[in-house]
Design a binder for this molecule. Structure first.
Ligand SMILES: C[S@@+](CC[C@H](N)C(=O)[O-])C[C@H]1O[C@@H](n2cnc3c(N)ncnc32)[C@H](O)[C@@H]1O
Length: 121
């Protein structure tokens, strides 16, 4: 997945040449493995298996930007998710959502049909 990307405000160690550090998360191991191999060697970029609805948000720092690409529609408890996102943005931070469906996937595009290669089956 090139899923939920996050960028920290400060310039921590491990940041890329441009001073930006980004963390990509997904709860699917296949998505993380694919992202790691695709972006291997990209400075400042790391990936972590993480469930936005099951794992502890308190372990995460604050971010300038939180982005959810093609994932928001799969979130079950949207109100809680949006609150968690808000609570992990710096003041004035941004939440970016890219979604083809505002509420839920159509039957033909449910998660089981997603093959983590960037194409729907
Ligand atoms: C349609 S794919 C998009 C993948 C990637 N974001 C991209 O843009 O290529 C949806 C992804 O959301 C992930 N996902 C769904 N619910 C999630 C959750 N609660 N926590 C983390 N990832 C989740 C799925 O594992 C899947 O990889």
């Amino acid at each position: 997945m090139r899923a939920s990307k996050t960028i920290r405000r400060s310039r921590p160690s491990g940041a890329g040449a441009d001073g930006v550090r980004a963390l990509g998360v997904d709860y699917a191991e296949t998505a993380i493995s694919l992202a790691q191999s695709r972006y291997q060697g990209t400075s400042g970029l790391s990936f972590q298996r993480w469930n936005a609805e099951g794992d502890e948000w308190a372990t995460l720092p604050l971010y300038d930007v939180i982005s959810s690409r093609l994932s928001y529609t799969l979130i079950q408890e949207k109100e809680k998710f949006l609150k968690d996102v808000r609570d992990h943005l710096v003041p004035g931070g941004s939440f970016h959502v890219m979604t083809p469906h505002a509420v839920r996937p159509t039957p033909a595009r449910t998660p089981k049909h997603w093959n983590h290669s960037g194409r729907n089956q």
